[in-house]
Ligand binder design. Structure first.
Ligand code: ATP
Ligand code: MN
Ligand code: MN
Length: 308
């Protein structure tokens, strides 16, 4: 007689032709996400994610035993890295040259998951033009006592401040506590200008409303305030990539949102893989219109921000 085939206890699986070891390893629970689930997620989200992440030097957050165990950021390609994770030599501030890693396709994302990667963090410039920013990131970091409502208001206010200067922006909930207000730049800005602009504007906002904002890193002075982290806008600095999963409870996703839907959100970590896949299926691309924006940081904008 015919026997029902026994369910295979897969120790290995395959995503886009890449062998995934420990495929059944449970990385997150409620909803459950195994290692191969994560590989498949990045395989599917690649089309949405790569326009932002491809060819940008990356720092990967690896948690080889899972996010409840030791995790570490890695920016240099290590031994045993597969070819799908590419390398680019970059001169560091001390003059030494080191090989940085980057991906340029879905296979690269999946291969990184095979290496234990959960989060992707990216530079604000591409490997063919490392010295110029293709976006600004204002990373709003609230002190724990600040409500998400207040962070949302801060993001909208920042959007308006940028708009008044002549720059359009998009919003991303980080998957953690804060919101990233991102200014896509079609004509890239020298890091010197990108940093000067972000620094001056952040300092001006903190000067004008010191009860709510701070533009210096000091944790002590952050009490009850939002730190406008402009330090993402430096050569070599990273920010979490749009659509990256976060190695935090429940596996939230750093999610691009429209300004309209932001107003209705309860938290920065409310989107998970099924939500993101649903948005893709619905053809919902919150940042679609930003693809047509042509903007750059002009001398007049630097002056308007107070950077002269
Ligand atoms: P949250 O909303 O909870 O602040 P976040 O991703 O914005 O989440 P931050 O601590 O504000 O987290 O860090 C901002 C960015 O700076 C990160 O997304 C990451 O790219 C980078 N970063 C922070 N700490 C490190 C680190 N130790 N090594 C490498 N990159 C880091
Ligand atoms: Mn942050
Ligand atoms: Mn920060």
């Amino acid at each position: 007689s015919k026997t029902t085939p026994k369910r295979k206890e897969t120790a290995e699986g395959d995503v886009l032709g890449i062998r995934i070891s420990h495929a059944d390893r449970l990385l997150f629970s409620d909803p459950d996400i195994t290692k191969i689930d994560l590989a498949r997620y990045y395989g599917v989200i690649a089309d949405r994610m790569l326009p932002f992440a491809a060819r940008h030097p990356a720092s990967i957050l690896r948690c080889p035993q899972g996010p409840d165990h030791q995790c570490f950021y890695q920016k240099h390609a290590g031994e045993g890295f597969p070819d799908e994770i590419h390398q680019v030599p970059i001169e560091e501030s001390d003059g030494d040259v080191a090989n940085y890693l980057y991906v340029d396709d879905a296979e690269g994302l999946v291969a990184a998951v095979q290496m234990g990667t959960i989060e992707f963090h990216i530079w604000g410039s591409t490997i063919d033009r490392l010295d110029a920013a293709d976006r600004l990131v204002f990373d709003l970091d609230p002190d724990p006592s600040v409500t998400f409502e207040t962070v949302k208001t801060a993001a909208v206010d920042l959007r308006e401040t940028l708009e008044a200067i002549g720059l359009k922006s998009v919003a991303m909930v980080s998957g953690g506590k804060g919101i990233h207000v991102i200014v896509p730049l079609s004509r890239k800005a020298a890091w010197e200008d990108a940093k000067a602009f972000a620094k001056a504007l952040s300092a001006r906002i903190a000067d004008q409303d010191p009860d709510h904002y701070i533009a210096t890193m000091s944790k002590a002075k952050r009490k009850g305030r939002i730190f406008i982290d402009w330090l993402r806008n430096e050569r070599g600095a990273t920010a979490v990539a749009p659509y990256s999963l976060r190695a935090r409870k429940g596996g939230p996703v750093a999610t691009p949102v429209t300004w309209e839907e932001l107003t209705g959100l309860d938290a920065a970590n409310s989107f998970h893989i099924p939500d993101i896949l649903g948005r893709i299926e619905d053809g919902n691309d919150p940042w679609a219109e930003a693809g047509d924006w042509k903007q750059s940081i002009t001398k007049a904008m630097l002056k308007a921000a107070g950077a002269e």
